[in-house]
Design a protein around this ligand. Structure first.
Ligand code: SAM
Length: 188
């Protein structure tokens, strides 16, 4: 096995569980790397709806998708992921990506926050189909602190194991609070 970076691990783990050619959401578009991954998963028949609250993220993502010839596979939306439910119906989504934190190269203060991240996860759980997968890349320390990570992990611990498979992966021997890849599968 190669030495995975966290985003690669999230992509590989997501591919293992999620259907291809599906309807996906990228809840934190950023520079578009996860949106591009999801567009490739979507192929010509699927679709990706991607959200960010920063215009800079939309522009970077649009450029990346155009360069890779997949721009038509995604809708890029300047809105908070707490409003995902305004754009997709319940139980119609095959997979959702969250990559928390701030946009690299932009203002670190414009980062995801515990309260809104929790609200968006709850909303995403309703939008997922049975069998759908949610990938959460959770950071701690540095600019974002531990508050978001503590809140998210506390919430995930309470989920009914008959309805949700929750897997927390860990880069166990890496230093300086490495990000935590977490996966939810909707079982029923
Ligand atoms: N997925 C991205 C990529 O592949 O490059 C990286 C995402 S970056 C770590 C986190 C992003 O979340 C930032 O671009 C930030 O603007 C965005 N964000 C913060 N709060 C948000 C919110 N409430 N709704 C949607 N996006 C938000």
């Amino acid at each position: 096995m190669k030495s995975y970076q966290i985003t690669e691990w999230c992509h590989e783990s997501f591919k293992m569980q999620a259907v291809t050619g599906g309807n996906y959401i990228d809840a934190t578009m950023g520079n578009g790397n996860d949106t591009l991954f999801l567009c490739r998963m979507a192929g010509k028949t699927g679709h990706v709806t991607a959200f960010d609250i920063q215009q800079q993220a939309l522009e970077a993502t649009e450029k990346l998708l155009e360069e890779n010839g997949v721009r038509e596979r995604a809708s890029l939306i300047l809105d908070s992921h707490t409003n995902m439910g305004l754009y997709q119906q319940k139980e119609t989504v095959d997979g959702i990506f969250f990559n928390f934190g701030y946009l690299p190269g932009a203002d670190h203060a414009v980062a995801t926050k515990a309260e809104t991240s929790l609200a968006a996860i709850r909303c995403g759980m309703e939008l997922l189909k049975v069998g759908g997968v949610m990938s959460l890349c959770i950071y701690s320390g540095g600019d974002t602190g531990y508050e978001e990570r503590t809140a998210l992990l506390g919430f995930l611990k309470t989920l009914d194991p008959k309805r949700w498979l929750v897997l927390v992966h860990e880069f166990y021997n890496r230093k300086n609070d490495p990000p935590l890849p977490v996966f939810l599968v909707k079982l029923s």
